[in-house]
Design a protein around this ligand. Structure first.
Ligand SMILES: [Zn+2]
Length: 127
């Protein structure tokens, strides 16, 4: 079932244990004042959203990887397929990296959380 998968939890930014509780209080990542806001615990299953002090620092590695991966694909596409000049490629890529920052931040947390917390059917109604 799709609801049981890690992909579901990450793409929907749901709690990795129950796949139902929302990870973030504000669903819009572009409301930058609330981008970090997470409930202390999952409102559905009670999973702590801060399993240990400094837990979320590690998600920056994921964010870095996502950004570099997207950047490489973007630059190669603009350079090899569209043949844009260097200044245009660099400008477009910089603008893209800034534009997707809130998304990269949140999805990196989703990936990172799922690396440490496993789905547990007993906390889910999707059975
Ligand atoms: Zn939960």
């Amino acid at each position: 079932m799709y609801h049981d998968t890690v992909v579901y939890s990450i793409l929907n930014l749901k709690c990795p244990r129950c796949h139902q509780g929302k990870m973030f209080l504000d669903p819009n990542p572009y409301h930058l004042k609330k981008i970090y806001a997470m409930p202390d615990n999952c409102p559905v299953c009670g999973q702590s959203n801060l399993p240990e002090i400094g837990f979320w620092w590690g998600s920056m590695y994921i964010s870095y990887g996502l950004s570099v991966g997207l950047s490489v694909v973007t630059v190669l596409f603009l350079w090899l397929v569209l043949g844009w000049p260097d200044w245009a490629i660099l400008s477009a890529n910089a603008a893209l990296m800034i534009a997707i920052l809130p998304l990269a931040f949140r999805y990196a947390r989703g990936v990172w959380f799922n690396m440490f917390v496993r789905f547990d059917k007993k906390y889910s109604v999707h059975q």
